[in-house]
Design a protein around this ligand. Structure first.
Ligand code: BGC
Length: 349
């Protein structure tokens, strides 16, 4: 079968390879792949050398955002041929208490593995296998929109953590700010709107698909500086990973605000920060700022529910481009108005 393969940090070697059929050890459920979603991490793996090839292999099968159809599953597994499924990214380290309790997103050792990222082949092959405990069934009516489950799981976790932190005191959040209108930001905004919050989204672009998508959600779009925003948010979901935006946002929150950082900064830029003033504000306002990465099974289930509740027409507009497996590296070349690019894993010519 064919697969999208990479050698991390060697973009000239990114391509389509003939690889063996998935091994039985990868799981008892057999899946025909439909789509893979492309994200910044895939770019970093291919071009910047993030990512780890599985031990003993010379390349990594890419992609961690999956969607497939079950072709065979053992009786009693909870899955049946025809089911639409998504695979969970991370596998527990087998050594720490959070992983043992199903909280691999809070792994303590760093020895977890991730499909398509860290020491495990990903979902970018024509067929894959998966363990029932790492597969999530999709509402069939979602169809190809199920490919949005993994990025949605990341923001479902972010919102879940905001809730848990909010329980420290009386909390009645009303205004949310999402910084960044890429897939993570837009999906975070979608969940904010589903929760009945007044949602504001800030991004650099001034026109095109992103502002439209924000308005169609019933949220308010802003471009420009955080400091100029007309509101002070109770909750911030930061999805740019840009240091300046992060620090500006921290200084523009309401009292008792909770800020979740989800963006993995690519750069190494330094910037002058008014550290004393920032510290004073965080303390006097009871502010919380926390980072969030990855997702566990419960977050995938929350994500599947959020997607099933969402307006399918709006979700469809997030899928801006479909690239055939045969030329998948084109999917990494981001066009200006792209939101989520997907790879059709059955399109081999
Ligand atoms: C994925 C996460 C993963 C992280 C770090 C992100 O793109 O969505 O599941 O944990 O990269 O490898």
């Amino acid at each position: 079968m064919l697969a999208a393969t990479v050698v991390p940090g060697k973009p000239e070697q990114a391509g389509v390879s003939e690889v063996p059929e998935p091994a039985a050890a990868e799981g008892s459920i057999e899946v025909e792949a439909l789509l893979a979603g492309v994200c910044g991490t895939d770019y970093e793996i291919t071009h910047e050398g993030y990512g780890w090839v599985p031990p003993g292999h010379d390349r990594l099968v890419l992609f961690h955002e999956s969607l497939g159809r079950v072709t065979a599953a053992p009786a009693g597994s909870g899955f049946a041929a025809g089911d639409l499924v998504v695979g969970i990214v991370r596998r527990p380290c087998g050594k720490c208490a959070p992983c043992a309790a199903g909280g691999w997103d809070f792994c303590l050792t760093g020895d977890y593995t991730e499909r398509g990222i860290k020491q495990r082949d990903g979902y970018g092959a024509q067929r894959w296998r998966i363990e029932p405990e790492f597969a999530v069934t999709m509402d069939p009516k979602l169809g190809r929109l199920g490919v949005l489950t993994e990025p949605t799981s990341v923001v479902a976790k972010a919102w879940d953590q905001v809730d848990q932190i909010g329980r420290r005191a009386y909390a009645d959040p009303r205004i949310a700010l999402v910084t960044g209108a890429g897939p993570i930001g837009l999906l975070a905004a979608m969940i904010g709107v589903q929760r009945g919050l007044e949602v504001h989204v800030l991004d650099r672009v001034t026109s095109g698909r992103k502002p439209d998508l924000v308005r169609q959600l019933g949220a308010t779009y802003h471009s420009g500086a955080v400091a100029d925003l007309p509101v002070r948010p109770d909750v911030v979901i930061e999805a740019t990973g840009a240091g300046q935006v992060v620090f500006d946002a921290l200084q523009h929150t309401a009292k008792n605000a909770i800020t979740c950082l989800t963006g993995i900064s690519g750069g190494t830029r330094t910037l002058p920060v008014g550290a004393d003033a920032l510290n004073k504000e965080l303390v006097l306002d009871n502010d919380v700022v926390f980072g969030s990465v990855n997702a566990n099974r419960r977050h995938y289930e929350l994500a599947a529910q959020a997607l099933a509740r969402a307006d399918a027409t709006w979700l469809e507009r997030l899928l801006t481009r479909t690239v055939p497996l045969a030329s998948w590296p084109d999917a990494l070349q981001k066009a200006d108005d792209d939101v989520k690019v997907v790879v059709d894993l059955q399109a081999v010519s």
